[in-house]
Design a protein around this ligand. Structure first.
Ligand code: ARG
Length: 466
């Protein structure tokens, strides 16, 4: 059995070890990119006068034919393919099978070390916009929920204790804001990926006068790598992509956690659609949030892939080592997991219904204490003193099992003469949100403006990609 490197060896490799080292089982996913890169390389060699025009033409015709078989599973399952070490060997063997000698010239001046980097970069250039599309779709569901929730109020929590009333829309937009950062971060990864590694050879560069600038332009890269040693062993962009996916998973996991809590019997703020829940085989009453739990659970894999990949990279000498082959399965798994989870989360959110009676009730009561303190500040009391006065009032109300709305004016005034008859209207959840003044706050006008800005951003990013 001939391999791309058989000449150096007296015999065949150990079959088990060959299989252990082969990556064709998973790097097939780079097939289209390997063909794209090989076509451009053939043209570049021809432009450099290394390949004759005739050879380049027959190579390109054959590569196009090979590329057209991408969706034919039988093509990849031939007995010959079973012997291929990786996708690069597969494409080259198929090429030689079609055009013979000319095909054997294509690898001139090129190494698989740069080829695999090129393929991965081309792959991510195609796939990152798809992941971003998933992010945008999930954000759109959060925004749609924010719109549907109108002026409904709910408590916000710090330390998972009731903090202050907020618009339910503000809560959904909070999660949308985190996902929007993920979209921006992925654009950053796309920029990192946007460098042509070809021309680096195996490590030292290539001796043929290939116009790498033209090659970069042909393949859609805006620049060429700066250093061939670095380029052949650099997979930082894989780590960056995994990090981006991991952080998106962290955000999805936090959405999942919030919704698992808020759809529970204890909170009852939202109801999960029947289509987004699962029953129990034993307890007839159960309506379990399985899809959300899986999203939360799967965050572990993507974070694990990132940690694993950083660990693989950290001990490597500069330049290519076979350890780098470990990049692909982790990258593909991170991509698949984040795309699947974005979709699942979006569907659960789309089918979520608000229970405004529950959220409104939970948004009333002692969580208005800050507003009571602000009321006193408005009448001239220093904030620290107001905090103490209200603290004592809260202590009393907790002991009596009552809340602010149960107080008579005399009882208010017993705590401070600054309280007037208007205190009852001033201390309500609606008045609390209406009093907020900053653009990032939960005031209804600020939230309406955030909704508008987020919808406009969605329209813009959707427009760019169509
Ligand atoms: N399958 C290899 C990888 O994924 C391709 C590069 C092989 N290069 C080499 N010198 N063995 O990294």
């Amino acid at each position: 059995m001939a391999h791309l490197w058989s000449g150096r060896f007296a015999g065949d490799p150990d079959a088990a070890l060959f299989e252990f080292g082969a990556s064709f089982g998973f790097d097939r996913r780079l097939f289209a990119d390997d063909v794209t890169g090989s076509l451009a390389w053939a043209e570049a060699l021809s432009d450099a006068g290394v390949l004759s025009r005739a050879d380049a033409a027959s190579i390109c015709t054959a590569l196009r034919e090979i590329g057209s078989r991408a969706s034919d599973p039988a093509f990849f399952a031939s007995p010959d393919a079973a012997q291929d070490e990786d996708v690069h060997s597969f494409v080259e063997r198929e090429l030689v099978a079609r055009v013979g000698e000319a095909g054997r010239r294509l690898h001139t001046g090129r190494s698989r070390n740069e080829q695999v980097s090129l393929d991965l970069r081309l792959y991510l250039k195609r796939r990152i916009p798809e992941v971003q599309r998933g992010v945008v779709d999930a954000i759109a569901e959060l925004v749609a929920q924010a719109e549907r929730c109108g002026s409904a109020l709910m408590p916000s929590y710090t330390h998972l204790r009731r903090a202050q009333p907020v618009l339910v829309a503000h809560f959904f937009l909070a999660h949308a804001s985190a996902l929007r950062r993920d979209h921006v971060r992925l654009s950053g990864v796309l920029d990192e990926v946007d460098e042509l590694p070809l021309g680096s050879g195996a490590i030292a560069g290539t001796s043929y006068p290939v116009d790498v600038g033209a090659l970069a332009a042909r393949l859609g890269f805006s620049r060429v790598v700066a250093n061939s040693i670095d380029a052949t062993g650099d997979r930082d962009f894989v780590a960056s992509f995994m990090h981006s996916c991991a952080l998106t998973m962290v955000h999805l996991s936090r959405i999942a956690e919030d919704l698992i809590l808020f759809t529970s019997e204890e909170f009852g703020f939202f109801e999960l659609a029947d289509t987004a829940a699962t029953g129990s085989s034993l307890m007839p009453q159960k309506k379990n949030p399985d899809p959300l739990e899986l999203v939360r659970g799967k965050s572990g894999r993507v974070i694990g892939r990132l940690a694993g990949w950083l660990t693989t990279m950290k001990g490597l000498p500069i330049g290519y080592s076979k350890d780098l082959q470990e990049d692909k399965e982790g990258l593909f798994e991170a991509e698949d997991t984040v795309c699947g989870c974005l979709k699942a989360t979006g569907r659960v959110i789309a089918a979520l219904s608000l229970n405004p009676v529950r959220t409104q009730a939970a948004a009333s009561g002692l969580l208005l204490a800050t507003d009571v303190a602000d009321y006193l500040v408005g009448r001239g009391m220093p904030f620290r003193e107001a905090h103490e006065v209200v603290g004592a009032l809260v202590r009393r109300l907790v002991a009596e099992g009552r809340s602010f709305e149960d107080l008579t004016l005399d009882q208010w005034r017993a705590h401070s003469p600054l309280f007037d008859a208007d205190v009852t209207q001033a201390i309500t959840p609606a008045a609390s949100v209406a009093k907020k003044r900053t653009p990032q706050s939960t005031s209804p006008s600020a939230v309406a403006e955030s909704l508008r800005a987020m919808s406009q951003w969605l329209a813009e990013v959707r427009d760019v990609r169509t």
